[in-house]
Design a protein around this ligand. Structure first.
Ligand code: CP
Ligand code: NVA
Length: 296
């Protein structure tokens, strides 16, 4: 049995196969393996639009069922230990996707789970997002291997999954963030040579084929918003910055976006922005991921 807590949990060839399968399922949804009588538990301790709808729709299209469990409505919200919850829930459902704060909560759940556990976003990683981003790149440009990706903004959960993706899918990643907002130092060191920190946005995007950003204050950091807006002021991705990237560069953002902060309003709706395909591909990749994990 496999869990999907980070991209490192699956061999790169399996990640690639999931992305390929997602593209096939997008072209022909009827190909999906039926998950009749299979159930997916969705335990969410943070808000979500894309991730939740992608999982619920994927299960519905495969004739399975999903159960959405808002943490506040379950006994988790009243202090039932995550290990006990894992033991109980995993005796009933076939797979569990969890969105939470501390990544360690996911690991503790997985340690006591009888069924596969999927990271639907933690403070440290968002691996499902990267499956969709890679699919989106492949649809528009083919293999991402050998390309240069520039991450502009906070060294957050999505950024850290980009670091894992750089290793799994063989691309160069430049992370451009203000001092003090770098990704985890050990993760950076483990990917030295492939991932670098570049402080100046114009330099970071030079020659990059893909430019990516995300909100400056993630869920749980709302009270830091005003300070972060000041610190990140020079890190907006807009038409002017994109002009320094490779001529055919694409722009991605996991969404939700804050127009006028990390991304200009005009850029999101331009031709080089593929954010709407990226959002749709959450559903295709998560369906392919469920097929993969439920087949084991
Ligand atoms: N990108 C993403 O995970 O979106 P949601 O927070 O809406 O699920
Ligand atoms: N970094 C963001 C991603 C949202 C999908 C957050 O954690 O809030």
């Amino acid at each position: 049995m496999r869990h999907f807590l980070t991209l490192n949990d699956l061999p790169p060839r399996d990640l690639q196969a999931i992305v390929q399968r997602a593209m096939a399922l997008k072209a022909q949804p009827g190909l999906a393996v039926s998950q009749r009588r299979k159930t997916l538990g969705l335990i969410f301790e943070k808000a979500s639009t894309r991730t939740r709808i992608a999982f619920e729709t994927a299960m519905a299209q495969m004739d399975g069922a999903s159960l959405f469990i808002a943490a506040g409505d379950s006994q988790l919200g009243r202090g039932e230990p995550i290990e006990d919850t894992a033991r109980v829930v995993s005796r009933m459902v076939d797979c569990v996707a969890i969105r939470t704060f501390d990544h360690e909560r996911l690991e503790r759940f997985a340690a006591y789970s009888r069924v596969p556990v999927i990271n639907a976003l933690s403070n440290d990683f968002h691996p499902c997002q990267l499956l969709a981003d890679i699919q989106t790149w492949q649809e528009h440009r083919g293999d991402i291997a050998g390309n240069i990706v520039a991450w502009i903004g906070d060294g957050n959960n999505v950024c850290q999954s980009y670091i894992n993706a750089a290793a799994a899918f063989d691309f160069e990643l430049r992370v451009c963030c203000p001092e003090g907002f770098e990704p985890n130092a050990e993760l950076l060191a483990a990917n030295d040579g492939r991932v670098s920190i570049v402080r100046e946005p114009g330099r970071a995007v030079r020659g990059a084929q893909l430019v990516v950003t995300d909100v400056w204050a993630s869920m749980g950091q709302e009270q830091e918003s005003a300070d972060r807006n000041r610190v990140f002021a020079g890190f907006q991705v807009n038409g002017e910055l994109m002009a320094h990237a490779a001529p055919d560069a694409l722009f991605m953002h996991c969404l939700p976006a804050h127009r006028g902060e990390e991304v200009s309003a005009e850029l999101l709706d331009r031709e080089d922005s593929v954010v709407w395909d990226e959002a749709e591909n959450r559903m295709h990749t998560q369906k392919a991921l469920l097929e993969y994990l439920l087949a084991e």
